[in-house]
Design a protein around this ligand. Structure first.
Ligand code: ZN
Length: 166
């Protein structure tokens, strides 16, 4: 029998998490203080069923990729390198952070994840992880996938999702 309908698979396991510190800026001069979240992620893949296996994508593989992406930023201070207000400068084994031109923090470099983002909002983190997931799937050269989504939840019931067509 030919499968009917459209298919998507998703994973949101207890180990697809990262516990990280960050702060974001808002329009005007508002800027949060440094704080942390236990972020949870969910990855979703849309696509055609493989005719032989009758699956869209291997859960094990999707979990492996997402675990790796979470691990890259786990237990670190997430800093945006493309902010117009937050300056992040590597200085040897340290990172100097200023906000609106005022020195704010000095972190050990090894404790920081410098991310190519304008702001470390949950939306931008979802976009970053979706882009990295897409790149990992590209390496695998998986046929039949049509779209991916990554959801990042920073608190219970408070999340953002980024969807990318493949
Ligand atoms: Zn926050």
């Amino acid at each position: 029998m030919q499968p009917r309908g459209q298919f998507r698979v998703s994973v949101s396991k207890d180990d697809l998490v990262f516990s990280s510190a960050h702060f974001i800026t808002y329009a005007g001069h508002r800027c949060e203080g440094l704080h942390g979240h236990n972020y949870r992620t969910r990855a979703t893949v849309d696509g055609a069923l493989d005719p032989a296996d009758k699956l869209v994508f291997d859960f094990l593989e999707l979990k492996r990729i997402m675990r790796g992406l979470c691990r890259e930023i786990d237990h670190l201070v997430l800093l945006p390198t493309q902010s117009s207000r937050i300056s992040v400068v590597e200085d040897g084994d340290r990172v100097r952070v200023a906000v609106d031109g005022m020195p704010r923090y000095l972190f050990p470099r090894r404790d920081c994840a410098l991310l190519p983002l304008a702001n470390t909002t949950v939306e931008m983190l979802a976009e970053l992880l979706a882009g990295r997931l897409r790149a990992e799937l590209g390496v695998l050269d998986v046929a039949g996938l049509t779209a991916i989504e990554v959801e990042v939840e920073e608190n219970f019931g408070q999340s953002a999702t980024c969807r990318m067509q493949l």
